[in-house]
Design a protein around this ligand. Structure first.
Ligand SMILES: [Zn+2]
Length: 146
C-alpha cells in the first residue's frame, strides 16, 4: 500500500462517512471502505443508533470473505459493547489482518482500547491517516463520554 493509496482510500472512507448524516446522530459519522488488490470492494457508514456501525456494515457486505482485505476506517473501531457489538472484536473475529485508522476515538470508553484489541489479536494497525482533514470533518462530531 503506497502513501498515495492510503490517502486515496481514507478519503473515500471520509466521503462515505458524510453519507451517515444526519441519521447516525448522536453517533459520529464514521466511514469505512474495504480494499482488496488496490480496489474498493465494499463501503459503509454509521447507520442510525442500534444498527450497524460503519465497520460492521462493511463486514456484513463481505460475508466472511476477507482474504487479502484491508479496512480503512475514519475513526478507531469501538472496543466496547454499546447499542451494538464491539467493532474491534468483530474485525478480529472476521479475520481481517490489516486496518488503517484515521482518528483515535476520544470517547472515555475507547481512547486507544479499540486499537489495543486489534493489535493484541495480531491485526496490523496504522493510525493517523488523513488526520488533519478528519479532525476538521469528523472531529466536531466526536463525543468524549455519554
Ligand atoms: Zn463500532
Amino acid at each position: 500500500m503506497t502513501p498515495e493509496q492510503k490517502l486515496q482510500f481514507m478519503t473515500a472512507a471520509m466521503n462515505e462517512g458524510q453519507r451517515a448524516l444526519p441519521a447516525c446522530r448522536p453517533n459520529p459519522p464514521v466511514g469505512c471502505v474495504a480494499v482488496r488488490e488496490g480496489q474498493i470492494i465494499a463501503s459503509g457508514f454509521t447507520l442510525p443508533p442500534g444498527q450497524h456501525h460503519a465497520e460492521a456494515s462493511v463486514l456484513a457486505q463481505l460475508a466472511g470473505d476477507v482474504s487479502g482485505v484491508s479496512l480503512f476506517v475514519t475513526l478507531e473501531p469501538c472496543s466496547f459493547v454499546g447499542r451494538t457489538p464491539s467493532c474491534a472484536h468483530t474485525i478480529v473475529e472476521q479475520g481481517i489482518e490489516h486496518v488503517y485508522v484515521g482518528l483515535i476515538d476520544p470517547h472515555s470508553r475507547n481512547q486507544g482500547r479499540g486499537i489495543a484489541v486489534l493489535e493484541e489479536a495480531g491485526v496490523k494497525v496504522e493510525t493517523g491517516i488523513l488526520k488533519a482533514k478528519l479532525n476538521t470533518v469528523l472531529g466536531p462530531y466526536l463525543i468524549t463520554n455519554e
